[in-house]
Design a protein around this ligand. Structure first.
Ligand SMILES: *Cc1c(COP(=O)(O)O)cnc(C)c1O
Length: 395
């Protein structure tokens, strides 16, 4: 537990707390500068529009994009669906194939399933045991009917960073759009849509210390990417995404991106130290623990580990002082192992013996030490057949 009696937060891939500076910057836009950014006739509208355009520039800078290429959405889910359906529908006369992976976020996989039912062909390229896409394999899946490649840039469960430069080069050469779900990558790894030849990129406010309920889609202008909008309306956001923009959320996302750019180098090195300490500390006491996903090509804020022979549900219930993710989906009848870990070749048992530990901006060294002690202590107890609830207090 932390000093305020709440569990230690170790789930930064699920969401991140909004940075206090971001909250502060958003506040005036609720009740003072509350204008509709699309009102062209008075000061309130202009003021709100200025704020939105500034936010758009802040997002663009982080990606090496032009501000005109940033479309605000409600989050990475919407961005991903807009990229996939938008491109698929607007090219359906000539192209009907999408190439992706089996480890995409649910919102990509479910959208692909729907497109498949509608007659599109979806190709799922295998990833290696390390969770990485082999660009050669991906390249050989491309043909003249392929409209898009969609690859999760940084993975939400296993933190691996895909070879974006290589994939981008392949796609450009084949004349195929390259979309990446980069909700977990923006603000964590250097991104440059030009160098990486990315045509579409999804991001989310609440994964980058900004507010929930906002995200953006980068949509390349040259060469132009054509997208059919998901719904009709006033034609805002280049006609791609109608609806009044949520100014406070735009302002928050923009500042979150600027702060992320400022802090990226420091955070990478600090979180890298913490993550290495976490892994070394756990390994010291749990010799057979297994790391899931490549450890080199990975954001420093993520660790995904399996404890062979353990039932993670038992471990989790004894670790209420830590906010961790088990990665498995608990249905009423059974524990469904993570489809991501299954795709890496883990058995159901091993996948069900895994946890994701996510650290971030507000994680402290002391919290890391406490987490090591609590997790390793509990694994040891479970293995000697004693659960925390049965434990006799020390004298
Ligand atoms: C969180 C997340 C999403 C969904 O983002 P929302 O903004 O919550 O809709 C999509 N993809 C990845 C990789 C994510 O981590």
């Amino acid at each position: 537990m932390t000093s305020n009696g709440r569990p230690i937060y170790l789930d930064y891939q699920a969401t991140t707390p909004t940075d206090p500076c971001v909250v502060e910057a958003m506040l005036p836009f609720f009740n003072q500068k509350f204008g509709n950014p699309h009102s062209r006739d008075h000061f309130y509208g202009w003021e709100a529009e200025d704020a939105v355009e500034r936010a758009r520039r802040q997002v663009a800078v982080l990606l090496g994009a032009n501000p005109k290429e940033i479309i605000f959405t409600s989050g990475a889910t919407e961005s991903n669906v807009l990229a996939l359906k938008g491109a698929a529908y607007s090219h359906r006369e000539k192209k009907n194939r999408i190439v992706t992976t089996a480890i995409e976020h649910k919102c990509v996989l479910e959208t692909c399933k729907r497109l498949e039912r509608e007659g599109f062909e979806i190709v799922y390229v295998d990833v290696g045991k390390d969770g990485l896409v082999d660009p050669d394999k991906l390249g050989s899946a491309l043909d003249e009917r392929t409209v898009m490649v969609s690859v999760i840039g940084v993975h939400n469960e296993i933190g691996v960073i895909q070879p974006l430069v290589e994939i981008g080069a392949l796609c450009r050469e084949a004349g195929v759009y390259f979309h990446t779900d980069c909700a977990q990558g923006v603000g964590k790894i250097p991104l440059d849509v030009e160098a990486m030849k990315i045509d579409l990129l999804s991001l989310s406010g609440h994964k980058v210390y900004g507010p929930m309920g906002i995200g953006a889609l980068y949509v390349r202008r040259r060469p132009r990417v054509r997208l059919e909008p998901l719904f009709d309306g006033g034609g805002q956001e280049r006609g791609i995404r109608s609806g009044t923009l949520p100014v406070p959320l735009c302002v928050g996302l923009g500042l979150a991106c600027e702060i992320a750019a400022d802090k990226m180098v420091d955070e990478v090195s600090r979180l890298g130290r913490f993550r290495d300490r976490l892994l070394a500390g756990l390994r010291d006491r749990i010799a057979d623990l297994q790391v899931n996903g490549d450890i080199e090509h990975r954001i420093p804020g993520n660790l995904n580990i399996s404890f062979p022979g353990l039932q993670i549900a038992d471990l989790m219930s004894s670790l209420e002082g830590l906010a961790l993710s088990s990665g498995s989906a608990c249905t009423s009848a059974s524990v469904e192992p993570s489809y991501v870990l299954r795709a890496l070749g883990l058995s159901d048992d091993l996948a069900n013996a895994s946890v994701r530990i996510g650290i971030g901006r507000f994680t402290t060294e002391d919290q890391v030490e406490q987490a090591i002690e609590m997790i390793a202590g509990e694994v040891e107890r479970q293995r000697t057949g004693q659960s925390a609830s049965q434990r006799v207090p020390a004298e």
